[in-house]
Design a protein around this ligand. Structure first.
Ligand code: PLP
Length: 404
């Protein structure tokens, strides 16, 4: 990894030094279980959890009792979707075709247990149509699960109309904000979100810790616990709390909030990278016409196969084809496919995800490596040569406003 430029921050980020410093004593010096409040060590750990919960709640403009710690976003998503559905027993669920597999699989698993499922389509930019959402609502709709920023394309759903529809019909709104929280200001209450899921390792905190924001005075009256045992987290999520992780998550969130300077540089670097990338020939920027979260650029490469391209790029970079979860599956990205892109564009989609510490020099080196890899692979591609000679024409789905 030494010589590789890490452009996979959407998959995971390094811990900030402040985060490691804050966590370390909870591994080595403070062994207390926050459930053991009958002695000083337990009380100390419980205090650290309480303070962290308050910090996280305040960043999200939530109440501390609305934050429930989990092992990550996947667990928070399962907890919300299955918790709502299974406490109702039967009914209808609505989600969207470009959701993360944690949402899609949770919904499909419920479908296999008798729940009805509507998976909303998206347009070519990855956006959903609010009217379609409204038309999908049935008398027994139990929840609408729509993410904020997409993990493959960075495309941001406009949550305002979605929240309004949920509010009008009194339907719980579950939102996967894993790619948003810590990257751009986001308050669940601004959109009437009942359950919001996120994970610390996406915003320079540790892996293995996440949380569910659950508006306990909102439309969700009951969440059936998915993990039972010691009744921690008000009985909603049993198991000894990961104190070091919780402290690390709170430290990451509050530190990131105060890093305006590095964030400005990060935005400039992201914009520079995208401008230079899209100036290369035969590159399609996926979801380019809509608002996207900074730090996720999804590009497809005309006439190149995803597998060899990824292998070639990853000799010097760390990038994925689509999401880290689906990377290496050999299947076209479900997100790009849902956006109406053909197999070639969906298979050759690469996610570039710079982070706060990616320097301009890293970006320059990455761009020249991308240029070299693409040139070499195209040199070997008969279809590219035929396309350049004009003997084949691109199919309409390849046309794109930014494709030069
Ligand atoms: N949701 C989104 C949008 C993600 O990007 C991810 C991680 O890639 C997850 C959920 C799952 O997060 P975790 O693996 O930390 O549980």
């Amino acid at each position: 990894m030494e010589d590789c430029i890490y452009l996979d921050h959407a998959a995971s980020t390094p811990c900030l030094p402040e985060v490691v410093d804050a966590m370390m004593p909870f591994f080595t010096q403070y062994p207390g279980n926050p459930g053991s409040v009958v002695h000083g060590a337990g009380k100390f750990a419980a205090r650290a959890v309480k303070d962290s919960r308050e910090t996280i709640a305040s960043v999200l403009a939530a109440a501390p009792h609305e934050i429930f710690f989990t092992s990550g976003a996947t667990e928070a998503i399962n907890m919300a979707i299955k918790g709502i559905a299974l406490s109702a027993g039967k009914g209808h669920l609505i989600t969207c075709a470009t959701e993360h597999s944690a949402v899609l699989q949770s919904c499909r698993s419920l479908e296999s247990r008798g729940f009805r499922l509507t998976v909303m389509p998206v347009d070519e930019n990855g956006s959903i149509t609010p009217n379609l959402l409204e038309a999908s609502i049935a008398k027994d709709t139990l929840l609408v699960a729509i993410m904020h920023a997409n993990n493959e394309t960075g495309v941001i759903h406009n949550l305002q109309p979605i929240g309004e529809i949920c509010n009008r019909y009194g339907i719980p709104f579950v939102c996967d904000a894993t790619q948003t929280i810590g990257k751009t200001p986001f308050l669940p209450s601004d959109f009437g979100i009942d359950c919001c899921c996120f994970a610390a390792h996406k915003f320079y905190g540790p892996k293995g810790i996440g949380a569910l924001y659950f508006n306990t005075s909102g439309r969700v009256t009951r969440l059936l616990p998915q993990i039972e045992g010691g009744a921690q987290e008000s009985g909603l999520r049993s198991g000894t709390l990961h104190v070091a992780g919780i402290v690390g998550m709170a430290t990451a969130l509050s530190t990131i909030e105060n890093q305006a300077g590095s964030f400005r540089l990060f935005l400039e670097n992201c914009a520079y990278f995208e401008n230079r990338l899209t100036a290369m020939q035969g590159i399609i920027l996926n979801g380019s016409s809509v608002l996207r979260v900074p730090g996720i650029t999804s590009a497809s490469f005309r006439f190149l196969e995803g597998g060899p391209l990824l292998a070639s790029l990853n000799t010097k970079l760390c990038v994925t084809g689509g999401s880290s979860c689906s990377s290496g599956s050999g299947k076209p990205s479900h997100v790009l496919t849902a956006m109406g892109h053909g197999p070639q564009q969906a298979m050759s989609g690469i996610r570039f995800s710079p982070g706060l510490h990616t320097s301009r020099a890293d970006i320059e080196r990455a761009l020249s490596h991308i240029e070299q890899c693409v040139a070499q692979l195209r040199e070997e591609s008969q279809t590219w040569k035929m396309f350049q000679k004009g003997s084949i024409k691109p199919v309409p789905s390849w046309f794109h406003p930014l494709d030069v």
